[in-house]
Design a protein around this ligand. Structure first.
Ligand SMILES: NC(=O)c1ccc[n+]([C@@H]2O[C@H](COP(=O)([O-])OP(=O)(O)OC[C@H]3O[C@@H](n4cnc5c(N)ncnc54)[C@H](OP(=O)(O)O)[C@@H]3O)[C@@H](O)[C@H]2O)c1
Length: 291
């Protein structure tokens, strides 16, 4: 039995759909969700449903019983997920899960000096807990979703150009769908035990590169401006963005400028058996359907 947490989220749903598309039996997949009403479409596909909340240890024990492989999708509540993740790893261990696959994230700086330490902390701690647990593991060091890039570029990027404090830093961003498809390969395949995979693109692009790509897509010059962190924060505040959102955007800008997501590799490509979608392909598709 493959059990998948976060099954009602974007990543979890994609993984389940890829498993089904690749011929994995629906009855051998268990989707863990905290709100049963969100699972109707999954049940219609023949996938088993279990209710489990990262905050409720006992619910996880029930949800994970009889699991061979567990796909543990990291929680979305950044402030609370430290304890939540501890619950998931401990429950998996208590249930005798053989192999745990965890969606972690790409980075170079594991210390509190990282501009995204708040986001990083739970991932780093969870990786350690998993490795100490004695269960077989696969750590997926997911790069930033390309799907999230348009929010850094702004709603009117064709008119305003790019205004983002990423400096000359680059990112090997990849689509969530490609990372989910590769995850389905890890779950249904063999030989992935006790490995860390870097799920990044095989190319790394700067925001100047992205401006050039957008210039081609929009047929006019799109400029990239790096305002620096302080001016970026002030400008976003004047535009009315709430402080926690500004902090996240400024943090990711600083992280990209420091090269946190610049590492490229071929793990994703190997698992997919093809090139991951490029930044150019993604942006072309995105802006042809969102203009
Ligand atoms: N690499 C990146 O660029 C990037 C970007 C954003 C997020 N992430 C991380 O990757 C994860 C997956 O991405 P995604 O796009 O699928 O996110 P998502 O659509 O927000 O899905 C998050 C999933 O986690 C579930 N969840 C949250 N808290 C839970 C809890 N206490 N107990 C049980 N389930 C809980 C949610 O359940 P509900 O449906 O009930 O809410 C949902 O199914 C995120 O949760 C986050 O940790 C990565």
């Amino acid at each position: 039995m493959i059990t998948i947490t976060g099954a009602t989220g974007n990543y979890g749903r994609l993984v389940i759909d890829f498993l089904l598309k690749k011929g994995y039996q629906a009855g051998q997949i268990r989707a863990v969700l905290r709100d049963r009403s969100k699972g109707e479409d999954l049940m219609k596909k023949g996938v088993k449903i279990a209710v489990g909340n990262y905050d409720d240890y006992n619910s996880l024990l029930t949800a994970f019983a009889g699991t061979d492989k567990l796909l543990f999708i990291s929680g979305s509540d950044v402030a609370r997920r430290g304890k939540q993740h501890e619950n998931v790893v401990a429950a998996a261990k208590e249930c005798g899960v053989k192999h745990i696959v965890y969606t972690s994230f790409q980075r170079i700086n594991d210390t509190e000096t990282s501009p995204i330490a708040l986001v990083a902390r739970a991932h780093i701690d969870t990786e350690k807990q998993i490795k100490l647990s004695g269960m077989d593991y696969t750590i997926l060091k997911n790069t930033l979703y390309l799907d999230g890039l348009p929010s850094f570029l702004g709603n009117n990027v064709a008119e305003t150009g790019i205004f983002f404090p990423a400096g000359k830093g680059s990112g090997a961003f990849a689509t969530r769908s490609d990372m989910a498809e590769a995850t389905s390969e890890v779950l249904k395949g063999r030989g992935h035990e006790n490995k860390d995979y870097l799920f990044s693109n095989s190319e790394s692009v700067t925001f100047s590169d992205i401006a050039d790509l957008l210039s081609g897509i929009f047929g006019k010059t799109i400029k990239y401006t790096d305002p620096g962190n302080q001016l970026f924060r002030e400008t976003m505040a004047v535009a009315g963005l709430p402080e926690p959102v500004i902090a996240i955007f400024a943090g990711f800008g600083a992280a990209i400028s420091q090269g946190e997501f610049s590492g490229t590799g071929f793990d994703l490509e190997k698992l997919l058996g093809r090139n991951p979608a490029s930044v150019k392909e993604f942006l072309t598709n995105y802006y042809s359907s969102n203009r």
